[in-house]
Design a protein around this ligand. Sequence first.
Ligand SMILES: C[S@@+](CC[C@H](N)C(=O)[O-])C[C@H]1O[C@@H](n2cnc3c(N)ncnc32)[C@H](O)[C@@H]1O
Length: 387
Amino acid sequence: MSFWTRKSRIVITCAKGVSPFLKQEILSFGFPVLSEGKAEVETEGTMEDALKLNLLIRTGQRVLFLLESFNAKTPDDLYKRISRVSWEDFIPEDGYFSVTSSVHNPTIKDSRFANVKCKDAVVDRIKEKRGRRPDTGPERDKVVIHLYWRSNLCQVFLDTSGEPLSKRGYRMIPLKAPMQETLAAAVILATGWRGDGNFINPMCGSGTLAIEAALIALGRAPGLLRGNFGFMHMRGFDDSSWKVLRRKIRAEARDRLDGRIIATDVSQQAVEAGKKNAMTAGVDRFIEFGVCDFSETPVPDVGGVVVLNPEYGERLGEIEKLKETYRKIGDFFKKKGQGYRGYVFTGNLDLAKKVGLRTKRKIPFFNGPIECRLLEYDLYEGSRKRT
Ligand SMILES: C[S@@+](CC[C@H](N)C(=O)[O-])C[C@H]1O[C@@H](n2cnc3c(N)ncnc32)[C@H](O)[C@@H]1O
């Protein structure tokens, strides 16, 4: 059986807090969920399924296809076992690959040592079988091998994504404190918004939430925006069936929205960046951008969601100033948010209290190392004071 049609475990990694939404996505695409961790969800399928997942998944970071699983106590055990894998079937001898790892093994102090051992085993094997050896290095834009080593259990994966899936390719101008694309998608899925009603995004920055909202509402697969994935550099990759799959998935997208997507920011520069990013993502005609204070953002009558990602501040002076901003967010919700669900994504819960409205839900997320919350305010009945 060809390696491309063999079934194996597939682990999809994600930011901490995102796995419940990744799990929903995987199930909605008709794949089983074998297990769910804090920062990954496990499913199963063939390499062809892995290609599909790379195209469809909005909230995951890397699609890892399990190649081998074995016991290894020491770096020499690792080398021996990895040398037995028929790497010459996956990696062209004139190709390039890199190794990433997650290692917790008492014999390894620096995970880079495990990476080098793995790399040597792969290179030596291919040189022996094919007479030439591929290049190696830190770039992740070609074949990527991922090593997971806990105590004696070692799992060797092909990282079929290569570059993380958060790098959709549309954010040419990130500006300050942009939200990662995969996190933005998870935040939107957490609000329950799927294109029904309006999506209002004051403080839009470089437009990530609005762009991801447009992609979700249109049913456009985020992977269609990327031209490069790790699997494309593997032996046996069939470019013509990949094109057929892309065409099929592209044809499933819609070309109109039911609601409106409105994105504003007080910074002209941010809005310009947002427009350019939306253009690169091919969704600029679906987003109404504007420059204004968040409180002036138009909120049309029909309802939907209002999502804000204000700064959370690092220095004391900033935090003092932000208290007023958060208080005004509460006023804005009360004044203009009737008929909407309001959301604030923040890493500072003390500041969030200044919003002054009762939260309906507090959904935990991590933005890099910072623990954050997506706070939900039900604005249907207008203002309801914190009790
Ligand atoms: C944390 S950033 C948002 C990042 C955004 N989610 C992204 O992915 O790029 C906060 C944004 O709020 C904007 N902002 C701050 N105060 C504002 C105000 N009073 N009215 C409107 N926008 C404001 C800033 O210009 C900044 O772009």
